[in-house]
Every structure is written in C-alpha cells, then in structure tokens.
Design a protein around this ligand. Structure first.
Ligand code: SF4
Length: 89
C-alpha cells in the first residue's frame, strides 16, 4: 500500500509509476518495452491524450508476457477512473 497526501496529484503519481515501469521493463516483449516508454512520453506533456493512452494501456495489459507489463496500465487507468477532474484542461 502506498499512501499519499491530499496535496499530491494522482496524475503526477501515475507518471512517476509509469517511468518506474519503463525503467524496470526488461525489454523482452514489445508491448511493455515500447508501451511503457511511449506512455511516459505522452504523460510528460501537460495534457494527456486519453484516447492514445487508453489504446496503449489495452495493448500492454493484453499482450505483455509478464505481470510487470500487464500491471503497467493500472496507474494510468486509475487516473481515468477515479481522478478524471485532473484531466480537465
Ligand atoms: S512484460 Fe515482462 S517480459 Fe515483457 S518486457 Fe515487460 S518486464 Fe519484460
């Protein structure tokens, strides 16, 4: 369990988690190797491209061959599901 304060932004935390997954990806399979890197690049921009990020999430979750790549979309999807207000312009 990870606990954050009310001053933290879920969007920033998801970005940090995605960079962690990118760093930890062993590179064996493309959905994880490319997906985590591409997702981190998209998330580094101020505004998230939700459609492209969700497409990446789907591919990572469905086609990665181990739990790391399959779990990498979770922080992004949590922002979409629980903190959509942070995505408003
Ligand atoms: S999903 Fe697993 S096997 Fe595939 S690149 Fe990521 S860490 Fe490696």
């Amino acid at each position: 369990m990870i606990i954050f304060s009310q001053h933290d932004k879920a969007k920033d935390l998801a970005f940090n988690a995605t960079r962690f997954f990118e760093d930890e990806s062993c590179g064996q399979c493309t959905p994880c190797r490319v997906g985590t890197a591409k997702a981190a690049t998209l998330m580094a921009r101020g505004e998230w491209d939700a459609e492209r990020l969700e497409d990446l999430c789907q591919v990572m979750a469905d086609a990665s061959i181990c739990g790391l790549g399959q779990a990498a979309p979770n922080p992004i999807r949590c922002v979409f599901k629980y903190f959509p207000n942070e995505l408003e312009g």
